[in-house]
Design a protein around this ligand. Sequence first.
Ligand code: SAH
Length: 255
Amino acid sequence: MNEVKAKKFLGQHFLTDEAIAQRIVDSLSGRSSNVIEIGPGMGVLTKYLIAKTELNFHVVEIDRESVAWLHEHYPSLDIIEGDFLRLDLNNLFHDSYAVIGNFPYNISSQILFRVFDCRQQAVEVVGMFQKEVAERVAAGPGSKTYGILSVLLSAFYDIEYLFTVSEHVFNPPPKVKSAVIRLTRNGVTSLECDESLFVKVVKAGFNQRRKTLRNALRSASLPLDNVDDAFLSKRAEQLSVDEFVSLTKSIQSCL
Ligand code: SAH
C-alpha cells in the first residue's frame, strides 16, 4: 500500500475549526476523571484536554507519524501507540472512564461495540461520527435508521445528538457530514435477561430487518415456542429496548 492509500485507510480527516474542537471537549460532563482520546492525530482536541489538568488523560493513536508529532509537541502526554480496538481498556483504567474523539470513521461501529462490551466501566462517550452513524445510534423505535447499535447502546446509555458538523472544517474534507453525540451511562446495571442472548436476538432481528421477527429469528435458529405472537408478527425496528428484553426472556424460557 502506498503512503496516500495507507493514510486514507486510517480515516484521517483533521479538524481545522478550533471552536468546534473546544465545543467537543466542553461536552464531556466530567463524570469520570479518567479519559481516553481515540485518534488524536495532530492534537486539535488533545490540547484542550491537556488543559484540563484534573484529568488522568491518555491518548491512543495508530499512526506513527502522528505519534512522533505528538511526542514532540506534548512531551508529557501519555501516548499509547497502537490500535484502539486491541487495547485492553478495563486494564488501563481500574475504575470508570470516558472515551472521546473525532473518531476514525472506518471503525466507528467497532468502537461503539467495544464501548458496549466495556459498559460497566465506560461511563461516557463524546464522539464525532459520520452524521449517518450518529443518527442511527440516536434513533428510536419506529424509525428507519433504528438498528442494532441504537438498541444495544440505549439499553445502557442515554444518547444525545449534540450538533452537526460541516465537511468543510476538515482537512481533507470527508465526503459526508459529521455529527457529535454523547452517550452517558444510565442507571441500569444489568438487564432482566441473559445479556448475550439479548445481543443475539437484537442482531438476528435486525440482520433481516424487513422480515417479521418470526422469520428473522427462526432463520437464526432461535426457539420461538413460548414467544407471544404480538412480538413475532412485528419487525425488529418496531420494538423498544424493554420489548427486546421481554422477547429475550421468552426465548430464554424455551432453551
Ligand atoms: N482527532 C484528530 C484526528 C481525527 S482523524 C482531529 O480531530 O483532527 C482520525 C484519527 O484516528 C487519525 O489520527 C488516525 O490515525 C487515527 N486512527 C485510525 N484508526 C485508529 C485506530 N484503530 N486506533 C487508534 N487511532 C486510530
